[in-house]
Design a protein around this ligand. Structure first.
Ligand SMILES: [Zn+2]
Length: 405
């Protein structure tokens, strides 16, 4: 028989970690199941409603959403660039026409859809090669404030309501945008899942996390994650229906909304409704933590032990717990690899040395040299991801196994 326990202290720590991790996670899963009825919040954000958007397409999209009484947050551009929004050169701006305002008033009167401000003109401030399209990043605070303020005043005056959600075009903003948006009286900023370029702000942040094509998959992921109130924000544009690799037909859109409305654990809200319902959440740190969790910050963590997904927005509490569980299970995973390699190396060593006495003396140094060359070969141009680290742990453990008998 082969002795498995070479280092009792290490193995005891391993067992304690594993058992406590498993007890902790099962208690927590039970706690989540017991105390909450899980509800997945889905938010639809439809950007780029403007003087230039197709009235027919806008109408059919809004009508389809209304048929299922699905709220949407409509990103409205007050003063759209007339020629090409992707060209930073000076050009004419076209304010929303009276027909478009009429459509917005009808939407306002439904009482369950939200009208948000989507920039001012959507015109990029710089070329794409200068760091990507943006209406605001790099512009002076005064310049940004003027545009945001004028846009808000325009919409509020014509629609007779307060606009509380701001959506920066191209999901692009900087710290001046945050200050200007807050100073103008907005409460919520919705962009992408990125780090907030500011240390503090009273604004609430609810980023877009997925698109129409991936909504069903995101709901499946949200069902698996032990968070009682995960949020999925679906961003879509008019161009999703006629451009791109997989343009969606209106029938497919209708089918998707029908399916969504039939899911018992799904509740659809606008951005404003979602934030007001869970007002304590949605601060800067929640956005930063979600962003960080989806980056590969611990590169040696095996991907199958990461429980995060960028399509689902989680509470800070859930992120911290899932992170701890991921770390515990990763430690258990590498301990298992290590023990497995030690046992294997010992089996091979024993078989060979019992057959050939002369080999016994040189087996250890020989096997170590072979394993070190293998390790050097595998890791020579690999950044230390989980595969490289697995090879490292397995090889070093095998070396220990060949020497320790
Ligand atoms: Zn846009």
């Amino acid at each position: 028989m082969f002795e498995i326990i070479y280092y009792p202290g290490v193995v005891i720590i391993f067992i304690i970690l594993l058992v406590s991790g498993l007890i902790f996670s099962s208690l927590w899963f039970m706690d989540v199941k017991k105390s909450y009825k899980k509800q997945i919040f889905v938010v639809f954000r439809y950007d780029d409603f403007s003087s230039q958007s197709s009235p027919d397409l806008d109408e059919v999209i809004i009508q389809t959403l209304q048929n299922y009484r699905i709220p949407v947050t409509l990103g409205v551009i007050p003063n759209m660039a007339a020629v090409n929004a992707l060209d930073p050169r000076e050009q004419e701006l076209v304010p929303l026409s009276s027909d478009k305002i009429r459509v917005l008033i009808e939407i306002r009167d439904t009482g369950f859809m939200e009208i948000a401000q989507h920039g001012y003109s959507h015109q990029t401030f710089r070329e794409q090669t200068q760091g990507g399209f943006t209406e605001f990043v790099g512009m002076s605070y005064e310049g940004q404030l003027k545009r945001i303020k004028n846009g808000k005043a325009f919409l509020e005056e014509r629609l007779g309501i307060e606009i509380t959600t701001f959506i920066p075009p191209y999901d692009s903003y900087d710290s001046n945008t945050i200050i200007a948006v807050e100073a103008t009286g907005f409460q919520i900023l919705s962009a992408g899942l990125m780090c907030v370029p500011s240390e503090s702000s009273g604004l609430r942040f609810l980023p877009a996390t997925t698109d129409l094509l991936h909504l069903q998959e995101a709901i499946k992921v949200a069902r698996r994650i032990p968070d009682p109130k995960p949020i999925i924000t679906v961003l879509f544009h008019p161009y999703d229906f006629f451009d791109g690799l997989q343009p969606l037909t209106i029938q497919e859109f209708d089918k998707l909304l029908c399916w969504t409305s039939q899911q018992e654990d799904v509740r659809v809200l606008s951005i404003g409704q979602a934030v007001r319902l869970n007002n304590k959440d949605f601060g800067i740190s929640q956005l930063n933590k979600n962003h960080e969790a989806n980056q590969n910050t611990i590169s040696i963590m095996p991907p199958f032990l990461k429980f995060f997904h960028p399509s689902v927005y989680l509470r800070i509490k859930t992120i911290s717990r899932l992170r701890l569980i991921s770390i515990l299970l990763s430690i258990a995973f590498y301990f298992f690899i290590s023990i497995f390699s030690i046992i294997n190396a010992r089996i091979v060593h024993s078989l060979i040395s019992s057959q050939f006495d002369a080999i016994d003396k040189i087996y250890g140094p020989f096997a170590t040299a072979v394993l070190l060359s293998f390790l050097f070969y595998v890791l020579r141009d690999t950044t230390m991801g989980y595969k490289g680290f697995t090879v490292l742990v397995a090889s070093l453990s095998a070396i220990i196994g060949t020497w320790s008998q």
